[in-house]
Ligand binder design. Structure first.
Ligand SMILES: [Fe+2]
Ligand SMILES: [Fe+2]
Length: 483
């Protein structure tokens, strides 16, 4: 079957890349498949592998109507290879090869670079499934449980997407890397996942929602810049992944939004005006807003580290090579070569955080991070609207980019959420006010009682405005296997 916008489901591996005619890759993927299923069974959602889950599966890569909803047991999900349509006459749109025809094969000189980018992206996908594998048990509703599993199976598919590229374009070392993606484990001492945020625990549902809001959004930014790649198959696969990624961020944004809504509602009902009266709010069985701020501080700062160093020759090399671009590269009005341009970078100069002009080429990470921060800001403002609507006087805010960092310019200092540089002692003293403490974690954990009755929601979260696939409020999104 030639490349098409419809997905061929006649093969074991659904695809729109003509896999049946590509015997070598088909065989390689069929060999990889059992290891993937083993990984999914041992590291995927714990306790629900036998449950029917109302999931969407992509049946076409057309923007309209690509999804089909049905009950599926997760191990039977049709993971597959889906690339966005090939654009006529697509070019390399930036860097030294700007104006050349986009590459359908890996250019030899950029092979190592591309492989590394694909492996790093690929490594994050199974990592998040591993981080979230215990959450089903404490799901605050069947609706939320279904959304968790949808995110999980799609992260599984994103792993397939990267593994396809490795098998198809990188020969023996590609096969080895594809194996490695199944060997590493989130948080493992000996074989951890490659990036910090993907080795952190996701202990509760507020963490999950914050993770999908902040960390999946880093994923979006990385996919956006890889979607610009001159290596066309990478661009096409990332473009399709982005359509799935949008749902993950929806889950995060509305999840936190619904927790906020429920807190404000409970405060109103109890006549509590002061959002900082944490003890009184917690007695209502909801999560106080200051704790939500602390969680946001944590997940935002961990996610910022994923952008790497503000000034980076690697990022410059990726750009000049034409393998990884900027966010919305083709819409930016400049020469797309960047040999003369500058970009303001926040740096630590004489103990103060200052903006300094750096060559735009080496500031690519900084720029992508700025775009990310802007995107996060809009979501936080939507949360603030929920609070404002309830009449409660409280605002959530993103902390300063120097706050709680482990990578880049600010790794060696302590800064407050407003960007004030602090002594070690001052940081230690204040930290419990800014980052979730053990007691905060224990309180949230105490709220995480499962709520699996149709149409019911746990005490700390409001129901959604509309159901998935327009289903009514009491729809049985997951038929929990109680055996
Ligand atoms: Fe993903
Ligand atoms: Fe995601």
């Amino acid at each position: 079957m030639p490349e098409t916008s419809n997905v061929d489901y006649s093969t074991k591996i659904p695809n729109n890349v003509g896999l049946l005619d590509d015997e070598r890759v088909l065989r390689a993927l069929e060999q990889w498949h059992p290891g993937y299923i083993d990984w999914w069974m041992s590291m995927g959602p714990e306790g629900f592998q036998g449950s029917d889950v109302y999931l969407r599966t992509a049946v076409s890569i057309d923007p309209k109507g690509w999804a089909k909803f049905d009950y599926v047991k997760m191990p039977d999900y049709r993971w597959g290879i889906l690339l966005a349509p090939r654009l006529q006459d697509r070019q390399v749109n930036f860097g030294a090869h700007k104006g050349d025809k986009a590459w359908q094969e890996v250019p030899g000189e950029y092979r190592a670079m591309l492989r590394r980018l694909i492996v790093i992206q690929g490594d994050t996908e199974p990592a998040s499934v591993e981080q979230q594998r215990h959450l089903g048990k404490t799901a605050p509703s069947l609706y939320d449980m279904r959304n968790l599993f949808q995110v999980n199976v799609e992260e599984g598919r994103h792993l397939w997407a990267m593994v396809y590229l490795l098998h198809k374009y990188f020969g023996k070392d590609g096969r080895e890397e594809a194996e490695g993606l199944l060997q590493r484990r989130s948080g493992d001492v000996d074989k951890p996942r490659m990036l910090g945020a993907f080795n952190e625990a996701t202990p509760d549902w507020l963490s999950f929602f914050m993770f999908t809001f902040f960390t999946d959004r880093d994923g979006k930014m990385q996919l956006e810049s890889l979607a610009q790649s001159g290596f066309d198959p990478l661009s096409r696969t990332c473009r399709f992944m982005l359509t799935e990624e949008a749902h993950h961020m929806f889950v995060g944004e509305t999840g936190v939004g619904r927790a906020i809504e429920r807190t404000c509602q409970a405060m109103k009902e109890a006549g509590i005006e002061d959002a900082n009266d944490i003890a009184a709010v917690r007695k209502l069985g909801v999560i106080d807003l200051p704790t939500m701020q602390k969680k946001a501080n944590l997940h935002f700062s961990l996610s910022l580290d994923l952008f790497g160093s503000e000034v980076s020759t690697n990022a410059a090399n990726y750009y000049t090579a034409g393998v990884k671009g900027r966010f919305q590269e083709t819409r930016i009005e400049d020469d797309h070569i960047l040999t003369a341009a500058t970009y303001p970078v926040s740096k630590l100069i004489d103990g103060r955080i200052t903006l300094v002009d750096e060559p735009a080429l080496t500031a690519i990470n900084m720029r992508l991070r700025d775009d990310y921060v802007n995107d996060c800001c809009k979501g936080v403002e939507r949360w603030n609207k929920v609070i404002a609507k309830s009449g409660i006087n409280f605002r959530l805010a993103l902390p300063h980019v120097a706050f709680n960092r482990d990578i880049g310019e600010f790794a060696g200092i302590h800064a407050s959420p407003t960007g004030e540089v602090l002594s070690d002692a001052a940081w230690e003293r204040q930290k419990p006010h800014w980052l979730p403490s053990k007691a905060d974690g224990d309180f949230i954990a105490g709220l995480m009682a499962p709520c699996w009755e149709r149409g019911k929601f746990a005490s700390w979260i409001a129901p959604p405005r509309i159901g998935i696939d327009n289903k009514p409020g009491d729809f049985e999104y997951v038929k929990v296997d109680r055996a």
